[in-house]
Design a protein around this ligand. Structure first.
Ligand code: AMP
Length: 635
C-alpha cells in the first residue's frame, strides 16, 4: 500500500520522539550540546533540546560561510521600484553584522524586543537576522496594519526599538509607513525609545522626531565594517513573537523558541520541501506572516539555499512576473497561497507557458483551503506537482502535508495529505471527545506535546496559552486547531473550515468550505465566499458571494438569475439540498485581509445587518462596499 514508508516515519516520531528528534537535531549547529531532547514535566508546555545552546542567525548565515560564502543567499527583486540586488552569504553576513552593531548601539541586548514594521526590502530580513544574532526578540508586524493595531502590539511587546521605513510601494503607489508609526507611538502606552528608519527615498515629506528617530544609513556608516559576535542562546530562549488574531479582539503573541524552531525548519526542508543547498527557493508571502518568517527567511537560509525576496504584485508588470523570476533564478522550490493562484487564474493562461520553468520541481500552497479546480488549473498549467500543506501561525511549519522527501505518495486534490511527523493528529468529536472514524467530521486536534518549532506559549500570558488552545476537552489537554477535518478511507485528510465558521442549517452542521468547494466546481465561478446568515426557521442558511469568471456573459438580470439558479443546482448536485445557498450574490471582488484570508466574519455581519467589526486588515475597502450593494439590490 502506498504511504507505508511515511506512515512508519510518522509512527516512529510519535512513539520515539527522543530518538527521532535527536536525529533531526544534527541538521543544525549546536554550540553546546543539549542535555535532554524533551522536557514535558509541565504539560502542555514542551521544552525541546533543553540545555543546548544555538543561534538562528548563526545557522542561517555564519555556518555557510566556509562552504558557500560566494553563493547568493538573498536575491531581492522589487517589481515596484525596479530594484534587483543579490547578496552572497558573505555579503549577507556583513550586512547582518552591521545591522546588529547598529541595534547594539541603540542599547538593544538579549531578551529586548524589537518591532519590525517594514515593507518587503532586504533590510527587513537583515533586521530579523540581526535581532536573532544578538538574542533580541523580534516581532514583525505586517506593514498593512493600521496605527491602532500597531499600538496594541507595541503595548503588548513593549519594544525598546521599532524599525521601519519611510514607505512601501503597492501597485505603483507609495504607501507611507512613518506617519502610521508616529501615530502608533502616540497611541501606545509604552512606545519604543527609538525608531530606526530605513529611508528608501520614496517619501520626501517624511518627518523625524529629534532624539527618538534615527536614520539607519547614518548609523550603518558609523559602525563601519563592524562584526558582532553571536549570542549563544539556550534552546528555549524566545526568538520571536508573531501576533495573530483569534476569536477575541486582542491579538495573541505567538512566542517561538530558538533551537526547536531551527531543527523543525531544517527537517522540513529535507522531508517536505526537498530543496537542496545551493538551489533557489521562492516564497511569495510577506515577512509579516508566519510563512514569510519560516520560508522566506529562516528555513531556506538554514538549509543553505538562496531565498528570493519579492516586493510587488503577482500581476505587475504582467501576470507572468513570478514565472519570469522562476526561470531567471532557476527556482526549484516555490511556495505560495491559493488566493494568489486564484488571482492569476483570472488572467490569460498564456502567462504560465511563456517562460522556461524546467528548474521548478514543486509548488507548495498553504494558508487556506485549496480548492480542486484551482489546484488542477495551476498544476496542469505549470506542469509541476502542487503540494497543499496545512498549518497555522501557531505551529510555524506544516501539520498536514505530503512529504516527498520521505515518500512520494500520490496526492488527492483538495487534501493536504497526511499528518506530518512529530504531530500526533487526532480528529475528535467535539461533544464526546472521542476520535471519529473514517469519513466522519471532527475537530482537528494535536495530542501534546507539540513538536519542536510550535509556539511555546503566548507572550506574557501562559494562562491564555492553556485556556485558548487546550480547553477543547475537559478530561485531558489536547491542542485545538479550531478547524474541522475529515480523514478518508485511505488516510488522506481534508480541512473543512474553521470550527468557528461552521454553519448550522436546520440542525445539520455544514462547513462553509464544503459549500465553497462545490460552488467553485461551476465553470463560470472564479472565487466564492459562503457565510451562515441567521434564518428564523432554519437557524442559519448559507449565503454565497461569488466572483464570476466571465462577467461579459452576464449582461442583464435574467442572465444573473439564471446563473444563480445554476450555482444552487451545482450545490444540490454535489452536497444535497441542505447545503443549497439561500442566495448567490455576484461581486467582482471579495473582502480579504492583506494576507489573502477571506473576511468571512465581516461578510456575515453585513449579511445579518450588523457592524462588520475590525477592518484594519482589510485589503480593499471597495470589496465590502460591493457586498453591501449586493445585499440591498432587489434582484
Ligand atoms: P494562519 O495562522 O493565519 O496561517 O491561519 C491558519 C488557518 O488557515 C488554519 O487554522 C486553517 O483554517 C487555514 N489553513 C491554513 N492552511 C490551510 C490549508 N492548506 N487548507 C485549509 N486551510 C488552511
Amino acid at each position: 500500500m502506498s504511504g507505508e514508508i511515511q506512515q512508519r516515519f510518522h509512527a516512529r516520531s510519535i512513539q520515539d520522539p527522543d530518538g527521532f528528534w535527536r536525529e533531526q537535531s544534527t541538521l543544525v549547529h549546536w554550540e553546546t550540546p543539549f542535555d535532554q531532547v524533551l522536557d514535558y514535566s509541565r504539560p502542555p508546555f514542551a521544552r525541546w533540546f533543553v540545555g543546548g545552546k544555538t543561534n538562528l542567525c548563526y545557522n542561517a548565515v555564519d555556518r555557510h560561510l566556509a562552504a558557500r560564502g560566494d553563493q547568493n543567499a538573498v536575491v531581492y527583486i522589487s517589481s515596484e521600484t525596479g530594484v534587483e540586488k543579490h547578496y552572497t552569504f558573505r555579503q549577507l553576513h556583513a550586512e547582518v553584522n552591521r545591522f546588529a552593531a547598529v541595534l547594539k548601539r541603540l542599547g538593544v541586548g538579549q531578551g529586548d524586543r524589537v518591532i519590525i514594521y517594514m515593507p518587503m526590502i532586504a533590510e527587513a530580513l537583515f533586521a530579523m537576522l540581526a535581532c536573532t544574532r544578538i538574542g533580541a526578540i523580534h516581532s514583525v508586524v505586517f506593514g498593512g496594519f493600521a496605527a491602532h493595531s500597531l499600538a496594541t502590539r507595541i503595548d503588548d511587546a513593549r519594544p525598546l526599538v521599532m524599525i521601519t521605513a519611510d514607505a512601501g510601494m503597492r501597485s505603483g503607489k507609495s504607501v507611507r509607513y512613518k506617519p502610521l508609526v508616529d501615530e502608533a507611538c502616540r497611541l501606545a502606552q509604552f512606545p519604543p525609545q527609538h525608531v530606526l528608519i530605513v529611508d528608501r527615498g520614496i517619501d520626501p515629506e517624511m518627518s523625524r522626531m529629534p532624539g527618538r528617530d534615527v536614520d539607519y544609513a547614518e548609523l550603518r556608516e558609523a559602525v563601519g565594517e563592524a562584526t558582532v559576535p553571536v549570542t549563544w542562546l539556550e534552546s528555549n530562549a524566545p526568538s520571536y513573537i508573531l501576533y495573530t488574531s483569534g476569536t477575541t479582539g486582542k491579538p495573541k503573541g505567538v512566542q517561538r523558541d530558538t533551537g526547536g524552531y531551527a531543527v523543525a525548519l531544517a527537517a522540513s526542508m529535507h522531508h517536505i520541501f526537498c530543496g537542496k543547498p545551493g538551489e533557489a527557493m521562492f516564497t511569495t508571502s510577506d515577512i509579516g506572516w508566519v510563512v514569510g518568517h519560516s520560508y522566506i527567511v529562516y528555513a531556506p537560509l538554514i538549509h543553505g539555499m538562496t531565498t528570493i525576496m519579492y516586493e510587488g504584485l503577482p500581476t505587475r508588470p504582467d501576470a507572468g512576473i513570478w514565472w519570469k523570476i522562476v526561470a531567471q533564478q532557476g527556482v526549484t522550490v516555490m511556495f505560495s497561497s491559493p488566493t494568489a493562484i486564484r488571482v492569476l487564474k483570472k488572467q490569460d493562461p498564456k502567462y504560465l507557458s511563456q517562460h522556461n520553468l524546467q528548474s521548478l520541481r514543486t509548488l507548495f500552497l498553504a494558508g487556506e483551503p485549496l480548492d480542486e479546480p484551482t489546484a488542477r488549473w495551476i498544476s496542469d498549467g505549470l506542469a509541476v506537482p502542487v503540494v497543499d500543506n496545512y498549518w497555522q501561525t501557531e505551529t510555524g511549519w506544516p501539520i498536514l502535508s505530503a512529504m516527498p522527501g520521505v515518500e512520494d505518495t500520490p496526492r488527492k486534490y483538495g487534501s493536504p495529505s497526511f499528518p506530518v511527523y512529530g504531530y500526533n493528529v487526532a480528529l475528535l468529536d467535539e461533544n464526546t471527545g472521542q476520535e471519529v472514524g473514517a469519513d466522519q467530521k471532527g475537530v482537528l486536534a494535536i495530542v501534546p506535546p507539540l513538536p519542536p518549532g510550535c509556539l511555546s506559549t503566548i507572550w506574557g500570558d501562559d494562562a491564555r496559552f492553556v485556556s485558548t488552545y487546550f480547553s477543547l476537552l475537559k478530561e485531558r489537554k489536547v491542542y485545538s486547531s479550531f478547524d474541522w477535518g475529515i480523514r478518508d478511507q485511505d488516510g488522506y485528510y481534508f480541512i473543512l473550515g474553521r470550527t468557528d465558521d461552521v454553519i448550522n442549517v436546520a440542525g445539520h452542521r455544514l462547513g462553509t468550505r464544503e459549500i465553497e468547494e462545490a460552488i467553485s466546481g461551476h465553470a463560470n465561478i472564479a472565487e466564492v465566499a459562503v457565510v451562515g446568515v441567521e434564518d428564523k426557521v432554519k437557524g442559519q442558511v448559507p449565503v454565497a458571494f461569488a466572483v464570476v469568471r466571465n462577467a461579459s456573459s452576464l449582461q442583464d438580470d435574467a442572465a444573473l438569475a439564471a446563473l444563480e439558479k445554476e450555482v444552487m443546482e451545482t450545490v444540490d448536485q454535489r452536497l444535497g439540498g441542505i447545503a443549497r445557498p439561500a442566495r448567490v450574490h455576484f461581486v467582482t471582488l471579495l473582502p480579504k485581509t492583506r494576507s489573502g484570508k477571506l473576511l468571512r466574519r465581516s461578510i456575515q455581519a453585513l449579511a445579518e445587518g450588523r457592524d462588520p467589526g475590525d477592518l484594519t486588515t482589510l485589503d480593499d475597502a471597495s470589496a465590502l462596499e460591493q457586498i453591501r450593494a449586493a445585499l440591498v439590490s432587489r434582484r
